[in-house]
Design a protein around this ligand. Structure first.
Ligand code: S3P
Length: 183
């Protein structure tokens, strides 16, 4: 299997979908944020606070380089991964990039509950978050738009939805199922 990079805005479901696919499929799964935290020995929010965003982006780049050496791997990237340096080019050369897409409202609802571990939005009010999503998405779209594929990640809110969305993803991208799984 060609490596698959899940990309998309914060809250688009990269980690949720990636984990669920890895439970069902014979593939290695890497969550890039977890990989970075393990390498740095600290949480993303601590890296931002202690060393700054530029240091985080360097760690992100070197982690991406390491991970993209692997084969048969599914990678859930961070929301900003495609938007720095030539990360997008690297991912498109090494595998298939799949942009997860959902509505602004769905992103907003997910991020309202998931602010604490995300330093870029941790201190924003609801109103500020609402505006920030639009502003930042507009800036990031030129990078996200270079993905080889797009995939609707709206339905990931409960176990049934996750199961249905995984089935669609698995059949569309031809992921190998584990022996105990039925399509
Ligand atoms: C970031 C997204 C985060 C994480 C870091 C920066 C971004 O990942 O990499 O907080 O720049 O959008 P998620 O998209 O998994 O939240």
């Amino acid at each position: 299997m060609k490596t698959i990079f899940l990309i998309g805005y914060m809250g688009s479901g990269k980690s949720t979908l990636g984990k669920a696919l890895a439970e069902r499929c014979e593939i290695e799964f890497v969550d890039l944020d977890d990989y970075i935290e393990a390498r740095a020995g600290k949480k993303i929010r601590e890296i931002f606070a202690d060393d700054g965003e530029a240091a985080f982006r360097e760690l992100e780049r070197s982690s991406l380089l390491e991970v993209s050496e692997k084969t048969n791997v599914l990678v859930a990237c961070g929301g900003g991964t495609p938007c720095f340096g030539d990360n997008m080019k690297l991912m498109n050369e090494r595998g298939t990039t799949v942009l997860l897409q959902t509505s602004h409202d769905r992103l907003f609802e997910r991020l309202k509950c998931g602010r604490a571990k995300r330093p870029l939005i941790a201190n924003l009010s609801d109103e500020e978050l609402d505006g920030f999503i639009d502003e930042q998405l507009a800036k990031r779209m030129p990078h996200y738009g270079k993905s080889s594929e797009t995939f609707d990640s709206t339905l990931l809110e409960d176990a049934d939805q996750i199961d249905g969305t995984c089935k669609i993803f698995i059949s569309r991208f031809g992921l190998p199922l584990k022996n105990n799984q039925q399509q």
